[in-house]
Design a protein. Structure first.
Length: 526
C-alpha cells in the first residue's frame, strides 16, 4: 500500500510539481519575531473567501429587478432553508472584512511596512481597500428597500458634485432619468462581475509582491534565525481565523438587519442612512452645507486618500522605528482619531431611528387585518385565501393596494368591494406594507384598540408621531396642554369648548367608553 501511495505521489509530482508548490506556500522563511500582528492579512483573505462563497449562494436566489429584488431577499430570509443565516453571514462578513482591512492597514503603517522595496505593494493594498468599500457601496442597493434606495440617491447626488464630469458620472451610476431598473442592473453587474475580477487580480498581485520581497517583520530586527511559515505562523493564522469565524457565525445566527419597506421613490420624509463604515463621511457632509458640500464630499476624502498613496515618499525617517517617523505617525493617528470621532457622531446622530419603528397607522392597520371581517372573511386557515403572515407577503405593493381597494379586481366573485372607509383602507395599506418586513410590536389589547380608533377617526386631520393629516393640531404631545377630561369634551362635541370649532362631533359616532379611552391615552402624551 505504501509503495502504491509513493508511486502515485511521484506520478503527481512529475505531472504537477505539487511538492514544489507546497514548499513555496508553507516553507516561506519569516523574520525572527514575526507574531500575532502579522495574522491580519490572513484574516482578511479568510473574510474575502467567506464573502465570495456566500455571495454566490445568494445570487442563486436573487432577482436584480425593482419588481422582484425586495421579494427575492425576503424569500431568502424567510423561506430558503438557512437563508436568514446565509444573508447574515454575507452582511456581517462585509463589516468584518472592512475592519480587518483597516486594521491591516494600521499595522502596516505603524510597522513601516510600506517602505522600500514595498511601495508598490502598499499602493496595491490601498486599491484593495477601495475595492472592498466599493463592494459595500454597490451591495447596499441590492435589497431594494427604503434604506437601500435613498442611500443610493444620496450617493449619486454626491457623485454629481465631481468637478467637470459630475453629471456624466452621476448618469453613468444612475442609468436612466431616475434611480430605477437600470441603476439596480448596473450596480448589481458591478457588484458581481466587475469588482470580483478586480479584487481577484489585486489579491494575486498583492500576494506575489509580498512573497517576492518577504514580510517586513518586527520594527526592530530580532536576533535569531528565521522560522518557516508552517507550522508556527500558520497555527497563529488558523487560530485567529477560527476566532473570527466563530464571531461571524454568532452574529449571522441573529440574521441580517430586517428589511425595511420596499423602495418608494415617492416618499418625501425618509431620512437615508449609510452603512456604518460610511457614517464618517456622512457626518462630515453635515459640516459643509450648500456650495461647500463638495469640500466634505470630495476634497477632504481626496486629500486623505492622496496622502495615503504618497505615504512611502512622505515618510523620510531613516529607519522604521516610530521615533524616526513621529510626523507621519502623528498625522496618521490624528486622521484615525478624526474618522473614529466622525463615525461615532454619525452613529449617535440617528434621526431615522424612529423610521424603523411601527407608527400608529401601521399598528392599527395590522390589527384591522387580523381582526376585521374585511380581511378575515377570506384570509385564514381553511378559507379561500391563505392567512396574512408577517414577513411572508409576496405580492408587490401595487397589487396589494388594488386588492385592498377592491378585492374583486384580483379575486372576481369572492365578495363585493367593501363599504367605503378611506381611513380604514389607508391603515390597512400601511399595515400590509410593514407586515411585509415582520411582526408588529406587542401591545396590550386596550392600547391597540385606541390605535385603531385614532386611525379610523382622527388620523386624517391630526398628526401624531410624524404621521397623519395637517388640517388639525399636532397631537403628539396633546397632554401638555389638555387634560383627559377636556380632550373627551372636545371629541364628544367641540362646539361646547369652542363655538367656532370646525371639527365634527363624534359623540354619536364613537361609543362613550371608546371616547374615554382615547381621551385618557391622548392625555398621557406629554
Amino acid at each position: 500500500m505504501r509503495r502504491l501511495f509513493r508511486s502515485l505521489a511521484a506520478w503527481l509530482e512529475d505531472r504537477t510539481g505539487y511538492r514544489t508548490i507546497r514548499r513555496h506556500l508553507l516553507e516561506e522563511p519569516l523574520p525572527a519575531g514575526t507574531g500575532w500582528w502579522f495574522t491580519l492579512g490572513s484574516v482578511l483573505l479568510f473574510g474575502l473567501g467567506i464573502q465570495v462563497v456566500t455571495g454566490i449562494a445568494l445570487a442563486l436566489y436573487y432577482a436584480p429587478t425593482p419588481d422582484h429584488a425586495w421579494d427575492s431577499v425576503r424569500y431568502i430570509t424567510t423561506t430558503v432553508r438557512g437563508g436568514a443565516m446565509l444573508r447574515g453571514l454575507h452582511h456581517w462578513g462585509a463589516s468584518i472584512v472592512v475592519v480587518a482591512a483597516v486594521l491591516h492597514m494600521i499595522r502596516v503603517v505603524f510597522f513601516g511596512s510600506y517602505r522600500k522595496p514595498r511601495e508598490l505593494n502598499w499602493i496595491i493594498g490601498l486599491l484593495l481597500l477601495l475595492v472592498i468599500l466599493g463592494f459595500g457601496l454597490t451591495g447596499y442597493l441590492l435589497p431594494w428597500d427604503q434604506r437601500a434606495y435613498w442611500a443610493t440617491v444620496v450617493t449619486i447626488n454626491i457623485a454629481r458634485l465631481t468637478p467637470v464630469l459630475g453629471d456624466w458620472v452621476a448618469a453613468l451610476l444612475q442609468g436612466g432619468t431616475d434611480v430605477g431598473a437600470l441603476t439596480l442592473t448596473r450596480w448589481y453587474a458591478v457588484h458581481v462581475m466587475v469588482l470580483p475580477v478586480v479584487l481577484g487580480g489585486l489579491v494575486v498581485v498583492h500576494l506575489y509582491l509580498m512573497r517576492r520581497h518577504g514580510i517586513s517583520g518586527p520594527v526592530t530586527p530580532r536576533v535569531g534565525s528565521s522560522q518557516m511559515f508552517f507550522p508556527y505562523q500558520a497555527a497563529r493564522d488558523l487560530t485567529v481565523a477560527a476566532g473570527v469565524g466563530i464571531l461571524l457565525a454568532t452574529l449571522a445566527f441573529r440574521g441580517a438587519p430586517a428589511l425595511e419597506p420596499p423602495a418608494d421613490p415617492t416618499s418625501s420624509d425618509y431620512i437615508p442612512r449609510p452603512e456604518w463604515y460610511f457614517l464618517g463621511l456622512f457626518q462630515l457632509l453635515k459640516y459643509f452645507p450648500g456650495r461647500l458640500e463638495v469640500i466634505g464630499a470630495l476634497v477632504v476624502p481626496g486629500l486623505v486618500v492622496t496622502f495615503l498613496f504618497l505615504l512611502p515618499w512622505v515618510d523620510r525617517g531613516r529607519t522604521r522605528e516610530p521615533r524616526q517617523r513621529r510626523f507621519v505617525l502623528g498625522l496618521f493617528t490624528a486622521g484615525l482619531a478624526a474618522v473614529a470621532t466622525l463615525t461615532t457622531l454619525g452613529a449617535l446622530d440617528n434621526p431615522s431611528a424612529g423610521a424603523a419603528q411601527w407608527n400608529i397607522q401601521e399598528i392599527a392597520g395590522a390589527s384591522l387585518i387580523q381582526s376585521s371581517e374585511r380581511c378575515t372573511r377570506c384570509h385564514g386557515p381553511e378559507k379561500v385565501a391563505r392567512p396574512i403572515e408577517p414577513g411572508r407577503i409576496g405580492q408587490p405593493p401595487s397589487w396589494l393596494d388594488a386588492h385592498v381597494a377592491d378585492p374583486e379586481v384580483i379575486a372576481p366573485g369572492l365578495r363585493p368591494p367593501p363599504e367605503t372607509n378611506e381611513h380604514e383602507t389607508n391603515a390597512i395599506r400601511a399595515g400590509l406594507a410593514r407586515l411585509r418586513t415582520g411582526s408588529p410590536p406587542s401591545l396590550d389589547p386596550a392600547t391597540t384598540r385606541v390605535y385603531v380608533l385614532f386611525a379610523q377617526h382622527c388620523l386624517s386631520c391630526h398628526t401624531i408621531d410624524g404621521v397623519g393629516g395637517k388640517d388639525g393640531p399636532n397631537l403628539s404631545k396633546a397632554g401638555e396642554k389638555l387634560d383627559p377630561g377636556m380632550i373627551e369634551r372636545r371629541i364628544v362635541d367641540p362646539t361646547e369648548v369652542q363655538l367656532d370649532a370646525e371639527m365634527p362631533a363624534f359623540g354619536d359616532k364613537i361609543p362613550a367608553e371608546d371616547i374615554r379611552a382615547l381621551a385618557q391615552w391622548l392625555g398621557k402624551r406629554k
